[in-house]
Design a protein around this ligand. Structure first.
Ligand code: ZN
Length: 323
């Protein structure tokens, strides 16, 4: 494939209207505005095409979330409540619409991938990987990655999906969505749950029932650096991928493991996200005809969020793949 490869970026101005109350809350509109500004000034800006998402339709939301929860979320936002389920999960009148557009980005991205795009990055908020079927958690309301995987399976018949989550935190909602499902493999690298939110993601959690073996949690100690991640890739992740053989890969792309980001004790460098991009470009080529969907999760230190995402996307666009 000729280099560099084009990148489709999905984002929406309404993501900025999701107001988390100002003050000390780390999940701010400026995460998206500064990230997009960084991409638009990047050396690979010529490769970028920008798209807007649709709203995720109700019948896709209910492939994971309970009807009652969806009403509770909508009613909380529209009636002027300031949070849902826990004060961490701040919302405002516009938050329901923002959440629908955040979940919809993955669906729009999959439509683009099943048409002629190869690399799609969803620059969205609110994030999704902590959201449970009936619970808002960790700034998340709708589980964007779970809904994308269900859509890929049910709309396009792509059955074997890998969700690789490199956010600093365990994606408890993704794990619970697919714990019993042998066809969606959830693989998460995160700070050890003894030290970190949300307190799940122990190595012993490997799936249940028919899904046993289709969950791989790799908890890392506080202070874990690039080399520990690279070792985990060669020793654990590559063999797991080869054994599973994904038809499609979704990346829960959180950048809060960066050493400058105080939301975790991990100590990743900006360059590590470039290495992750190189591996993912290779895996997309080897398993998925070059197709890859990445959905933003965390990342709260604005400068390192922008630089890390740019490093990741630059590698996706420019890395010479092995095959
Ligand atoms: Zn996180």
């Amino acid at each position: 494939m000729p280099l560099p490869r084009p990148l489709a970026i999905i984002s929406h101005p309404h993501y900025l209207a999701h107001d988390t109350g100002g003050g000390e809350h780390p999940e701010t509109p400026s995460r998206i505005s500064s990230l997009l500004a960084k991409l638009k000034a990047s050396p690979f800006r010529e490769q970028l095409t920008f798209f807007e998402p649709r709203r995720a339709e109700r019948h896709w939301l209910t492939t994971f979330h309970d009807e009652h929860y969806l009403f509770r979320l909508e009613e909380s936002a529209l009636s002027g409540k300031t949070y849902l389920d826990h004060p961490d999960n701040q919302l405002c009148f516009d938050s329901y619409e923002a959440a629908l557009l955040s979940a919809g980005a993955g669906l729009t991205g999959i439509d683009l991938l099943e048409d002629k795009e190869n690399l799609v990055f969803c620059a969205v908020r609110p994030p999704g990987h902590h959201a449970e079927a009936n619970l808002a958690l960790g700034f998340c309301f709708l589980n964007n990655c779970v809904l994308a995987a269900r859509y890929w399976q049910q709309q396009y018949g792509r059955k074997r999906i890998l969700i690789l989550d490199f956010d600093a935190h365990h994606g408890n909602g993704i794990q619970s969505g697919f714990e019993e499902d042998p066809e969606v493999f959830y693989l998460s690298l995160h700070e050890h749950p003894t030290f970190s939110f949300p307190g799940s993601g122990y190595a012993e959690e490997t799936g249940t029932g028919p899904g046993r073996g289709a969950t791989l949690n790799i908890p890392l100690p506080p202070g874990a650096d690039d080399q520990m991640v690279l070792n985990a890739i060669t020793r654990r992740i590559e063999p797991a991928l080869a054994a599973f053989g994904p038809e499609r890969i979704i990346v829960a792309a959180g950048f809060d493991g960066h050493r400058a980001d105080d939301m975790s004790g991990l100590a990743y460098s900006t360059a590590l996200y470039g290495k992750l991009g190189e591996y993912l470009a290779d895996w997309a080529q080897r398993y998925c005809q070059g197709k890859l969907l990445s959905i933003l999760e965390g990342g709260y230190h604005l400068e390192s969020l922008g630089e890390s995402a740019a490093s990741y996307l630059n590698a996706l666009s420019n890395h010479s793949t092995e095959e």
